[in-house]
Every structure is written in C-alpha cells, then in structure tokens.
Design a protein around this ligand. Structure first.
Ligand SMILES: Cc1ncc(COP(=O)(O)O)c(C=O)c1O
Length: 362
C-alpha cells in the first residue's frame, strides 16, 4: 500500500517511474543485470544517460548555448562551486537572500571571495515571508553574477517572475521548484537543482549552464571542482551516480508521457489553488504566514494556534495515511510539499482532512 507522501525532499516519486525501475531492476533490457551493475562506459548505461539529457533538453526546450551537467555532492556543493568557478579574487557577486538556503549559499561564497547582499527579506524574528520586488534590489552592474533561490523550501516562498539583472549573469538554486513548469532557461547563466524533489533521488544534481560561462571559469581549481571538466567530458569525467540518473530518466519519461510540462504546471496550479483556498477559507483556524504574491506552489506552510495542536494534526494525518507534514525543524508549523509526483487527488484528500480537523478542534 502506498502512503500519501508530502515530504520536502527526498520526496514522492511518480509511481510509474518506480514501477518501471522495479520491472527493470534485475534484468535491464535483457542484459541479465541491473543498470546499477553496468559499466558507466558501456552502451546500455550510456544510452540511459543520453536519454535523460535529451529528455530534459526537450522538455525545457533548452537553447544550444546551454549544456546539461549531471553532478554529485548535493545542491550544497553547488553553493561552493559557483563562487569557486565564477567569483574571481577582487571581484564581487550579488546574493539575494530569501531564506535559509540563500543564507547557506552566501556563507560559502564568503569563504571563497567577497559577495554582497543585494537584498534580504529577513524579518527581525529571522523568518522570511516574501520575495522582494525588483525595485528593492540593490544590484551592482559590475557583479560577477547575481544568485537567487527560486523556491524557498523551508519558508514556502517562490519567485514567480525572475529578477532583471541587466547584463549580469543570473544564477539560481532551483532545487525545490525545478521542472514544475516550463520556463526560459536561456535567461539564466547557470541553474542547479538537487534531484530529490521533482526529478529523482538524492545523490544527483542537475546543472544547466551557459557553455561560454563554464569555459571562462577559474582554472586554478582541482579538476573535479571545475564545471568545465564536467562539460568537456559530458558528465563522465568520473563515475556518475548511475542509478540516480537512470531513475531521473524514468521520471522525465513519465513527464513526457503525461504530456510534458504543460499538464504538470496546470496540476501544480490546481493543487496550490485547492490548498491555499482551503487555508484562506479557514483562516481563523489555519494561519498561512507567506504574503500572497510570494506563496510557493511547491511548499505550502501554515501554523495552527499551538505547537501541541500542530503535533496532533501531524499525528492524526499520519493515521489517515498522510506523512511528511511536519515543518522544517528550524521553522516549525506544518509544511505540505506538493511536488510533481503528488497528485491533485492526494491534495483533495488532505483538504478534506483539513476541514474535518478544523471542525473537530476549532
Ligand atoms: C532550495 C534548496 N537548496 C539547497 C538544498 C540543499 O540540498 P542538498 O541537501 O542536496 O545539498 C536544499 C535541500 O533541501 C534546498 O531545498
């Protein structure tokens, strides 16, 4: 029996992608072994990796100026690699701070060089409840790049329109909203996303970067820390995380099979409409702290009147087959992550639980 999984990451994966993995696990394509046991230099695995990259290129309609890299080390390694490669000594980079993950990216950049905070929406109590407006950004036209976190997994805010940076390269941590809809990837110099939310299992990071930018990255770094190394070797410089890439291939094939990112986006919008609609309708009982225009479609956060009631909410939801609802340990409250694999039906089930719970405890 599958449970309804609202985890923030690692998170729910589409059932057809898992079923395909189950069916192919012991004997991949008649080869007599699992894909995990194949050499990464063999034709079976090479075809899987090529298919994953070509599906991503097709689904996002990526321009030829950009290249997909498949890497390891989590999004956290990207926090370090971005400044190591693109923040030269004596230069500056602009960071827009909208949550804990942007703070972490900034902290790594500070170890490498001299980044600047171009804006922060932190509140005196250290929470974040909104994305800044363009007019609030203090951007330096000579910055090496501007870094944003497109979706703030912990505080439940999301950039709906990306900032204009003039000619300055825009870099985004898209870990928790990558592939929720089609977007113009050509606007970004570099995007990175840990796979464990919308695209696959942890242990894999997707990077989409402009080829000319990667070629200009610093050369005085160990090879394994240069984007150029991955670009030149088509992400086969060393042994890639083959099973993670295989599973991502299954997830992307599922996205294509359901009709691509058009239907995925409309399901995501419908899930958010249902959930925020219910929270707004019961605002005397549930309190959604995020400003309306900044509300995330991927991580919906809210509070109840006491921590004891929040605990009861999580425990009763679990009894009814719904898990992963406890907010991040630093933020508290309730968090519902509604990534692509969470269905509209799953959210309807949760909404009717929200209604029952409010009636019984209000
Ligand atoms: C937006 C965002 N960035 C970065 C990370 C860190 O990712 P990892 O644990 O893969 O390093 C997370 C993890 O949840 C995240 O949500």
């Amino acid at each position: 029996m599958r449970i309804i999984n609202f985890n923030a990451g690692p998170a729910a994966l589409p059932l057809p992608a898992l079923e395909r993995a189950r069916d192919e696990l012991l004997d991949y394509g008649g080869s007599g072994m699992s894909i995990m046991e194949h050499s990464h230099r063999g034709k079976e695995y090479e075809a899987v990796q090529a298919e994953a990259i070509s599906l991503l290129t097709e689904l996002l309609d990526l321009p030829s100026s950009h290249q997909v890299l498949l890497m390891q080390g989590g999004a956290s390694l990207q926090f370090a690699m971005v400044p190591m490669n693109f923040l030269p000594i004596g230069a500056s980079a602009d960071y827009i701070i909208t949550g804990t993950w942007s703070e972490k990216a900034l902290a790594e950049a500070k170890i490498v060089g001299k980044p600047r905070v171009a804006c922060t929406t932190i509140l005196p109590d250290k929470r974040y409840v909104r994305i800044p407006k363009q007019s609030e950004l203090d951007l330096d036209p000579s910055a090496s790049y501007v870094h944003i976190t497109s979706n703030n997994t912990i505080f439940g805010t999301q950039w709906m329109e990306y900032p204009s940076t003039g000619g300055v390269p825009l870099i985004a941590d898209m870990s928790s909203d990558f592939l929720w809809r089609k977007f113009d990837a050509g606007r970004f110099a570099l995007i990175y996303a840990g796979a464990q939310k919308n695209v696959g299992p942890s242990g894999l990071v997707v990077v989409i970067a402009r080829k000319d930018l990667m070629a200009k990255g610093r050369k005085d770094l160990p090879k394994i820390l240069r984007y150029e190394t991955f670009a030149e070797n088509n992400s086969m410089y060393n042994t890639p995380p083959t099973f993670g890439i295989y599973l991502m291939r299954n997830v992307l094939a599922w996205v294509k099979q359901v009709g691509g990112l058009g239907p995925i986006e409309s399901w995501n919008r419908e899930k958010a409409r249902l959930l925020y609609g219910a929270l707004d309708a019961m605002s005397g009982f549930y309190r959604a702290p995020v400003e309306r225009e900044s509300r995330s479609l991927m991580n919906v956060v809210f509070r109840l009147s006491s921590e004891a009631l929040e605990e009861k909410f999580v425990a009763e939801a679990k009894k009814q087959g719904m898990v992963g609802l406890k907010g991040h340990r630093s933020a508290g409250g309730i968090r519902v992550s509604t990534y692509n694999a969470v269905t509209v039906e799953n959210v309807k089930t949760l909404v009717s639980f929200l209604e029952r719970f409010a009636k019984a405890n209000g």
